[in-house]
Write a protein that binds this ligand. Structure first.
Ligand code: AMP
Length: 466
């Protein structure tokens, strides 16, 4: 049987193809029939341009309906979809093109759709085996060069199906989609839940506060990164009435502060459902739809996902399961490095699993601080600092220090007295964990998914003790 992901997604489209898939801010609708036909026409154009099965099609294009049609068209003809962050510069793009050797590089999906307008849609779906590649996702590459994670048709289908069931998606759902589509969150997690259940989306080009607030009136589910929720909470217009029709708020791609979770519940009466994932395995764990969602925990491993902690109680999370990627594109050395001899993927995230099976993440292994020979997990200190008066959010990093090797430093959004913060922290923390310095800032550097870029902080303040 043909295992092409396109066919499986299309099997989830509503039988009545006139039903809407995209709900646009101007009130316009794009039906599933239009999506299917558009993808079919673009597929025809790609074939005419010589794209063959297993060819890479690189796409660095603004978010649009046509870009989604293009994604589906690439799948349909058995080629490999390679999305690229719209923020990448020409020089950065050169690296990806050299590494992936795409048959085509597309910068404007709307122009492509216009070029395909008069063509006969491709109906046939190219046969694919479960293990064939559907997509290559380049990791954000905060250490060294970005690597291409190879994701198969079966991996993406399995994860999409698991999430659709876990989060209870149905044809009646309306997802508020304000995420970028060059990343697994907005591309696979969000779109596949919608397609597999035949739901529809409020389709926003980006997180625009006014558009999001207006979109909430139609939405039943919201998927966001933590900064979406902090921005909403900062708005006086974000009231309980605004969220009355929304049955589920989901957060991921970066840690959700417990203060955001609590403030959100106090404001709306709803608990954000936090889940954990990464480019190499899409979604790995999730809090439950029914059952308790706990602040600070990313929930339970998805059905079929095996999870273990390297070493003691807290350590690097390793996983095995149907959605784990096949390896890094043309990089067997790095692939071998990131898998154990018995086939577990080493996520690079540090965490623990409690007796109940819930997973708690304390940060990236590369952000672990070793001060005077002791391991310091930044998350433990950040949680404590975030509770202090005057602290909006903190990022704890290790900086080179002549005595300690690395010294603990807190970079904090907010205003206050350095000595007072240090004294307060010392009341609950061992001396080696207590920040040696506090640096007050207005903003923390974040990537497109809202993740704090600690590597940039380490660079910026590298000379603090030298
Ligand atoms: P990416 O491959 O760009 O999606 O980044 C994946 C990384 O994001 C993971 O390895 C985690 O470090 C982080 N991440 C994703 N979701 C969460 C979460 N809910 N809590 C903490 N970290 C997260």
């Amino acid at each position: 049987m043909n295992q092409n992901l396109y066919g499986r997604l299309a099997a989830g489209f509503p039988a009545d193809r006139s039903r809407p898939c995209f709900r646009l801010p101007d009130g316009g609708l794009v039906s599933y029939g239009d999506l299917e036909a558009g993808a079919g026409r673009i597929a025809r154009l790609l074939l005419a341009k010589g794209v063959m099965p297993d060819d890479r099609v690189a796409v660095q294009a603004p978010k649009s309906v046509a870009a989604v049609m293009l994604y589906l068209a690439v799948l349909k003809i058995g080629a490999i979809f390679l999305p690229l962050n719209t923020a990448y510069t020409e020089a950065e793009l050169d690296y990806f093109i050299e590494d992936a050797e795409p048959r085509l590089v597309i910068r404007d999906a709307d122009a492509l759709a216009a070029e395909a307008a008069g063509l006969e849609p491709v109906v046939e779906v190219t046969a694919r085996a479960p293990d064939d590649l559907a997509s290559i996702i380049y990791t954000s590459g905060t250490t060294g060069r970005s690597k291409g994670a190879m994701l198969t048709h079966a991996a993406l289908l399995d994860n999409g199906r698991a999430l659709t069931a876990l989060w209870g998606f149905t044809e009646r759902d309306v997802l508020l989609h304000a995420l970028p589509i060059f990343h697994v969150h907005g591309l696979f997690v969000a779109l596949h839940c919608v397609f597999l259940s035949g739901a529809s989306m409020v389709w926003l080009a980006k997180f625009d506060e006014a558009q999001v607030l207006a979109g909430l009136d139609q939405a039943t589910v919201v998927m966001g990164v933590p900064t979406f929720y902090t921005r909403l909470l900062a708005s006086l217009e974000f009231t309980p009435a605004k969220t009355a029709g929304v049955r589920l708020f989901i957060s991921g791609s970066a840690p959700l502060l417990t203060s955001t979770f609590a403030e959100f519940e106090a404001r709306t009466g709803q608990r954000i459902l936090e889940r954990y994932g990464m480019s190499e395995a899409v979604i790995i764990t999730s809090n439950p739809l029914d059952g308790e969602r706990l602040a600070g925990s990313v929930g339970y491993p998805l059905p079929g996902v095996e999870l273990r902690i390297e070493g003691g109680e807290t350590g690097v999370i390793q996983i095995r399961g149907p959605s784990v990627f096949k390896g890094y594109w043309r990089n067997p050395a790095k692939t071998a490095e990131d898998f154990t001899a018995d086939g577990w993927f080493i996520t690079g995230d540090v965490g623990r699993q409690d007796a109940d099976g819930r997973v708690w993440i304390s940060g990236r292994a590369k952000d672990l601080i070793i001060s005077g020979g002791y391991n310091v997990y930044p998350k433990e200190i950040e949680m404590l600092l975030d509770e202090l008066d005057g602290v909006v959010e903190s990022a704890v990093i290790g900086l080179p220090h002549p005595d300690f090797g690395e010294a603990v430093v807190a970079v904090i959004i907010g205003q206050g007295d350095e000595a007072a913060v240090i004294a307060k922290a010392r009341e609950s923390l061992a001396a080696f964990k207590t920040p040696k310095r506090v640096i007050w800032v207005d903003e923390l550097p974040r990537n497109a998914m809202g993740k704090v870029q600690k590597n940039l902080l380490r660079q910026a303040y590298a000379g603090t003790f030298q």
